[in-house]
Design a binder for this molecule. Structure first.
Ligand code: GLU
Length: 182
């Protein structure tokens, strides 16, 4: 289990659009815990943008320098210590699903992930990574897009969390909810 950072700033104040700086600094402060990959998801102008890399935060910095992110008020970040799937760019967090609408970072282990993965695959969804974490992202997309919690981000997240076994921390952001990190 490594580290998670989430930050919601203020548009219109001294710290306008500094979310990326804050999140990256948070990840640097967590480096002492050890990790194999790092990534961020930032919200700006109705869209989530993300970058992730196997290796140190310095490798993520280089990726962001090569492919800059928009100035953002809100963001989440992650350092990964792989438990499910190797330390690759694809397995690094965030996991972004539902056509780029929803991003998840997760530390820890989802112990019932095999059962949940089979359920998601049976719904016709192809998972992109080997992680247990991506399962949480797809379950949230399903809960948000249909059924009794449709359209309610927090209720959908609570519904998903009630189905996950294990010890973990997870952060969700959604395109439709610009001021919220669950
Ligand atoms: N189980 C997750 C993975 O393998 C998260 C590991 C962690 O705590 O960083 O991606």
């Amino acid at each position: 289990m490594c580290g998670i950072v989430g930050y919601i700033g203020h548009a219109g104040g001294d710290r306008d659009y500094f979310a990326l700086d804050v999140v990256l600094e948070g990840l640097r402060r967590l480096e002492y815990r050890g990790y194999d990959s790092a990534g961020v998801a930032m919200y700006a102008d109705g869209d989530i943008s993300w970058r992730k890399k196997a290796g140190k935060v310095a490798a993520l910095d280089a990726e962001i320098a090569a492919r800059p992110l928009p100035d953002s008020v809100l963001g989440i970040g992650h350092t990964r210590w792989a438990t499910h799937g190797g330390p690759t760019d694809l397995n690094a967090h965030p996991h972004v699903v539902d056509g780029g609408k929803l991003a998840v970072v997760h530390n820890g282990i989802i112990e019932n992930f095999s059962t949940l993965r089979a359920e998601i695959e049976a719904a016709g969804i192809e998972l992109q990574s080997e992680t247990d974490s991506e399962v949480a992202a797809h379950l949230l997309a399903l809960a948000y897009n249909e059924g009794e919690t449709a359209g309610d981000f927090q209720a959908s997240a609570l519904k998903v969390l009630s189905r996950l076994d294990g010890a973990f921390t997870v952060l969700f952001v959604h395109d439709d909810h610009p001021g919220t990190i669950v």
